[in-house]
Ligand binder design. Structure first.
Ligand code: ADP
Ligand code: MG
Length: 264
């Protein structure tokens, strides 16, 4: 059969950023994550904790999923499993067709480097390095040569709306700006998945909303899959789907309105 591939029209919604990936496909969504009976047990005997307990779910590519639940319900553990930072005790996690649970450490490291970006509540910036320096350090870890690093860091700062702030130290930046630097750093490897553990937890409500808007924009512009832990319902409300954990299990999963009502 002849290839009937139609040439892609150049996007007419040209954004100002140069790092933008191809526009999101209109067809059925590809699966990013596929979890089957995923369980993570810490400890043994009487002190055994089933932090994640038999979770089965799928996350589509380009989806924004919020994970909520009380402290200790297993949110961070689940995120670490999704990020291949830890392996489940049992069950299967497939990311973009690759089974994380059968991969060796070396391949997992490569996968993390190529596919996954992390954002945390603590911004974890190196205090002695400037905003640009923090991103350049991440790029160096990824093997970018020293020559291209500065330009790429500037580009990434631009993506998160921080152009011109590259020479500031973290202490000279607001909390929201520091989190933007951390997000830019998380994008250094051009990941397909962004995993965020309470990214607005250290920010005031307004700044948290701004960071959320930034993340939402990145999901669309770069076709990122975003899994975000939060205890703020207003933040979770922005997600396409909210999953509530209780004792390591999915207590309920709701798919609220697609277009959220902005109250601001
Ligand atoms: P959340 O992020 O929802 O607050 P966590 O995933 O951090 O929950 O923790 C889930 C459960 O697993 C809790 O009971 C916690 O005490 C336990 N837990 C988390 N990490 C570890 C660990 N490294 N060793 C032992 N228990 C842990
Ligand atoms: Mg947690």
């Amino acid at each position: 059969m002849m290839t009937s591939e139609t040439a892609e029209e150049p996007t007419t919604m040209q954004t100002t950023q140069t790092l933008t990936e191809e526009p999101a496909a209109a067809g059925p969504k590809a699966t990013a994550y596929e979890l089957t009976e995923v369980t993570k047990i810490y400890g043994s005997g009487n002190s055994q904790v089933r932090a994640v307990d038999g979770i089965t779910m799928e996350i589509s590519s380009g989806e924004f999923v919020a994970i909520i639940g009380a402290s200790g319900s297993g949110k961070t553990t689940l995120l670490q499993l999704l990020g291949a930072l830890d392996k489940p005790t049992s069950g299967r996690i497939v990311l973009a067709g690759q089974d994380l649970t059968t991969m060796g450490e070396r391949d997992l490291t490569l996968l993390r480097r190529e596919e996954i970006g992390f954002v945390f509540q603590q911004f974890n910036l190196i205090p002695t390095l400037t905003a640009a320096g923090n991103i350049e350090a991440a790029l160096a870890t990824l093997g970018h040569g020293s020559k291209g690093r500065a330009a790429r860091a500037a580009e990434l700062l631009d993506v998160v709306g921080l152009s011109g702030r590259g020479h500031h130290l973290p202490s000279q930046l607001s909390g929201g700006e520091q989190q933007r630097v951390a997000i830019a750093r998380a994008l250094a490897n051009d990941p397909s998945v962004l995993l965020a553990d309470e990214p607005t937890g250290n920010l005031d409500t307004t700044t948290g909303e701004e960071i959320l808007a930034e993340l939402e924009r990145l999901v669309v512009d770069r076709h990122l899959t975003l899994v975000l832990i939060t205890h703020e319902l207003a933040i979770a409300d922005a997600a396409q789907r909210t999953i509530r954990l209780q004792d390591g299990k999915i207590a309920d999963s709701e798919k609220p309105k697609r277009a959220r009502k902005r109250t601001t």
